[in-house]
Design a binder for this molecule. Structure first.
Ligand code: SAM
Length: 165
């Protein structure tokens, strides 16, 4: 059976909560790569904390979360870095049919049930759905096509991506 049968629903329970200093969406960096100066922490709920065993040996983690403050879903959006509209699935915009976000963050340290990280492009209070380790052997892609992003120059992306102006 195809898992995307219309109307089928899945219920995920958060495994923790993400704490950051980001409270205003328009002042929050658009990706971890532009948020090197923004630290945050993931507070993991006691029911699943055993699942953190050995996580401190990884330098980077995927935090997978629910965009709890996203607006109504849209299928066509104008992304922040370009004045051209694109399909939502060709962007990282939060207003997705399923409001799922992910950030590859640098793990600073673990203290018990709390993971301290660098690269917070996430709003404070965001429900955390899952954590996966970044594994260069699996995930590093040296050559890639990046769609419309290839037309955005690096200087502009850096300048706008940190949302400091
Ligand atoms: C362009 S999205 C990219 C997020 C993630 N790195 C991704 O690729 O899925 C980053 C923006 O999402 C917004 N955002 C972050 N956390 C959110 C949340 N919990 N609910 C709604 N919007 C959020 C902020 O405005 C932030 O600048």
């Amino acid at each position: 059976m195809i898992a995307t049968v219309s109307g089928e629903q899945f219920v995920y329970r958060p495994i923790g909560i993400i704490r950051t200093e980001n409270t205003i969406p328009d002042k929050t960096p658009i990706q971890p790569v532009y948020a090197a100066d923004r630290e945050g922490r993931a507070e993991i709920f006691s029911e699943v904390v055993e699942g953190l065993r050995d996580i401190e040996k990884f330098s980077h983690l995927y935090l997978i979360y629910h965009f709890h403050r996203a607006g109504e879903p849209r299928l066509i959006v104008q992304p922040f870095l370009e004045d051209v509209e694109h399909g939502i699935f060709a962007t990282r915009a939060p207003v997705r049919p399923n409001a799922i976000g992910f950030s590859v963050v640098e793990l600073i340290r673990r203290e018990g049930a709390t993971l301290y990280f660098r690269g917070a492009d996430i709003l404070d209070g965001t429900p955390l759905l899952d954590i996966k380790p970044y594994i260069a052997r699996f995930d590093h892609i040296a050559l890639s096509r990046n769609g419309w992003q290839d037309g955005v120059d690096e200087q502009t992306a850096k300048r706008k991506g940190g949302r400091k102006e």
